[in-house]
Ligand binder design. Sequence first.
Ligand code: NAD
Ligand code: ZN
Length: 364
Amino acid sequence: RTLQVDLGERSYPIYIGGGLLAETGEYFERHNLAKKSPLLIVTDEHVGPLYLSKLETSLQNSGYRTISKVVKAGEKSKSLEVFEEIMTTAIEGGLDRHSVVIALGGGVVGDLAGFVAASYMRGVKFVQIPTTILAHDSSVGGKVAVNHRLAKNMIGAFHQPEMVLYDVDTLQTLPERDVRSGLSEMIKHGLIWDKSFTDWCRDQSDKLLDLDPESLVYGLTLGCSIKAQVVSTDEREHGLRAILNLGHTLGHALEATGGYGQFLHGEAISIGMVAAAKIAVNRGRDQSIYLVTKDLFERFGLPTTIPSQMNEDDIIAAMMHDKKFKENQIIYVLPISIGEVEIVNDVTADDVRHVIQELKEEGQ
Ligand code: NAD
Ligand code: ZN
């Protein structure tokens, strides 16, 4: 299947299906990507041994020269230190303005390699080859970044890829915890945009968790298309795009407070989305919003409460560093009903503190 992200001259296709990795060279030729300049593939130590040689072979068979950089797996690689290491590889490998940087991996590799592509010689072409479920979200939309110790995604850019090549066969080797984490972001796309997609996700929870190929292709296609529609309307997040941040204000703070090791991204935003539902209910929305949201994430084995040993003040402090915090006001995304959200700016730190306490009690 092919989807198009409409962004004027920065528009690009998302190809979703099986067996795409082995056809990468042909896709590169079809997109007229230069053969004279070396390509840089960035991947991590889990994905590299599984899929790097298949990708290199396909590109080399089409006449491309490749160099590759394998980074440590995990969120800690989204750092300026690792960014600099990749820059060293790029310079030593003779990458030039016509080179393409390829991200082969999940959201960590995508965000990191994308920021390299955005910065190297003030920007070179970028191709995303996502290998996680979560990356259906991160590979679309052009946000690329590394973390700062104090706050997530603090150093970054907007840099749209030339294309996204989503070979769903690669998902079969994903660890179970990453399957759940990725599905969290898929469910988010239902919660912000489409009640019927939310219902479908709930009905298909067993098949999705079992990595049933047909369910995966459908769910990922819908997730990508919702993301693409939102991003096409508002590429640089002046308005609508902020709805994609459902669950992320608190989620990012939980990730930072947990030292980027305690929670996976999808786990943190699962808690964040349940918290947003609770805040909405505390502000007068129907109680069912919270119950349905909590039940949905529980079905997928995702966390919906906050560990009691986590300190409210630390979480709030991390939230204050977030980009969504402007002049002491938090831009917060809250559900109106299942499948529809609103962006508000009058949620206070105390409201969030209160809900953190409630979610800690729920976990007792
Ligand atoms: P990840 O890249 O760390 O991948 C998860 C784990 O799975 C890693 O250990 C990885 O090595 C392993 N893995 C990846 N593909 C595999 C495969 N096919 N088989 C076996 N193992 C595999 O994490 P993620 O969950 O994909 O992405 C999370 C990141 O994405 C976070 O940093 C988050 O901030 C970012 N993100 C960015 C955006 C955006 O718009 N740019 C959106 C959502 C999330
Ligand atoms: Zn996210």
